[in-house]
Design a binder for this molecule. Structure first.
Ligand SMILES: Cc1ncc(COP(=O)(O)O)c(C=O)c1O
Length: 441
């Protein structure tokens, strides 16, 4: 692979775009932020003409793969009637009705632009509903980039995190308002006893518990049996709002989100990424008692760009295809095959590669642990080895998210998985060979 054109465009971009990018995460690409020229199905091509089998799917949204013809057509057709009315339109109701039909907790819906602001809306509603101010969140869970959720998602090491019941939290970068640190309590995830103990003492202060139902932003970790149900019971017991952040799991784990998969119904939840195949829309959905706070204007949520024609059409088109083709069982099957294949190759090459996930999303990390149960475990990953693995895959045309997360789309095929496993085989052989040479020297 050669990256000359991208490298030179990046230098040019840096003169006018801060850091050459429009989102911090895009810097973390191999060998640097790249420029792409086209994408279709499971493949994407960069400006140097390198083609990749894409498992990043633009950080998750592209559940149908790139440039799905039905989505593009629906967006194009509907945009011809206008792009943004700053008023209501027919498809907006249709989309809200569809979400009500599919998502267990959705009795009312409000649309906004992205996951970050929908999370803030949910927290605002929870505060108004309960009359309390703080919220409980979990180490390593990502709920967007805004100040009050940008604590506790990055730590130098496990030792720096301190005790499990009173973790030390770190700011994610500079410039956060110090006051926002005190808005939340933070605990390790998947430990119901810790949550119980905290709530016994502090429930009078806590308006909401917010959680990713599957922790996808650090590893790909499923909830321990009974954990989500336990949170639900605690919320009921103490008058606390349960918020599921389904920005990743929504429309990825199935049409009803992780709440349907696990049979636990939150009071409010956030859907974004896979909802609309990459168009900027998110939805806050929830039970009527909560959403009525928005309905009657006691809680304010607004946005000039909300529910524009292209975004609503994209969401409806995406759901239409998902309902018509029901690709989920195939996506799970392909993902599980990929996971099983990588595990078998790790054994073959005697390398400590831990593979975890559900199928539609999975994670690869180098560690001696057999299972990753929470954020603290993910801090033990060998990041240098992962970097080499991801870089080597990339150089052979397999594009994976830098932190080791892989997404499968409805457009991935068995052939894609076979090709990928053949490349993983080569890459692991090279990595272990290099390691042996280093030891011999
Ligand atoms: C679970 C979760 N919540 C919230 C967000 C923020 O969403 P957005 O990037 O659309 O603001 C993300 C983004 O990756 C996410 O993964």
């Amino acid at each position: 692979m050669k990256y000359e054109k991208s490298a030179s465009l990046l230098e040019r971009a840096k003169e006018s775009l801060a850091g050459g990018v429009s989102s911090e995460f895009r810097k973390n690409s191999y060998p640097h932020a790249l420029f792409y020229s086209s994408a279709s199905g499971s493949h994407i091509t960069d400006v140097d003409g390198n083609e990749y089998l894409d498992f990043t799917l633009s950080q998750g949204p592209l559940i149908l793969g790139h440039s799905h013809p039905h989505v593009l057509k629906r967006v194009g057709d509907y945009s011809k009637s206008g792009q943004l009315f700053a008023g209501q339109h027919m498809l907006e109701i249709e989309l809200a009705e569809k979400l009500k039909q599919l998502i267990p907790s959705a009795e009312l819906v409000r649309f906004c632009l992205d996951g970050s602001e929908a999370v803030q809306t949910a927290l605002r509603v929870a505060r108004a509903k309960t009359g309390k101010q703080k919220f409980l969140r979990f180490e390593g869970h990502y709920h967007g980039w805004l100040d009050n959720v940008a604590w506790g998602i990055s730590a130098p090491s496990v030792a720096d995190l301190g005790s499990r019941d009173h973790p030390d939290v770190f700011a994610w970068g500079q410039g956060l308002a110090e006051t926002t640190k005190a808005e939340s309590f933070i605990l390790p995830w998947n430990d119901l006893e810790l949550a119980k103990r905290l709530l016994q003492n502090s429930h009078q202060e806590i308006a909401a518990i917010i959680t990713e139902p599957i922790m996808c932003n650090n590893g790909c970790i499923q909830p321990q049996p009974g954990f989500l149900k336990g949170l639900r019971e605690l919320c009921d017991q103490y008058g606390i709002t349960l918020i599921f952040d389904e920005v990743i799991t929504g429309f990825r784990t199935g049409l009803g989100g992780a709440q349907k998969l696990f049979g636990v119904t939150p009071d409010l939840s956030i859907f974004a990424k896979a909802l609309a195949s990459g168009y900027p829309i998110s939805a806050i959905v929830g039970k009527k008692d909560w959403m009525d706070m928005l309905a009657d204007g006691r809680v304010i949520q607004a946005g000039t760009m909300n529910s524009s024609n292209p975004t609503i059409a994209a969401a409806l088109a995406t759901i239409e295809v998902l309902e018509r083709e029901n690709p989920y069982s195939r996506m799970y099957e392909l993902g599980l095959k990929l996971m099983g294949g990588i595990r078998a190759l790790a054994l073959k090459h005697d390398i400590n590669l831990c593979v975890q996930g559900l199928g539609p999303m999975l994670h690869t990390g180098f560690t001696d642990l057999e299972e990753i149960k929470d954020y603290r475990d993910t801090l033990l990953f060998d990041k240098t080895k992962l970097g080499k693995f991801i870089a080597a895959l990339h150089n052979k045309g397999i594009r994976v998210i830098g932190r080791g997360l892989w997404y499968i789309s409805a457009s991935h095929t068995q052939k894609d998985i076979d090709e990928t496993l053949a490349v993983v085989d080569q890459v692991l052989a090279e990595l272990t060979e290099k390691a042996k040479k280093t030891i011999t020297i």
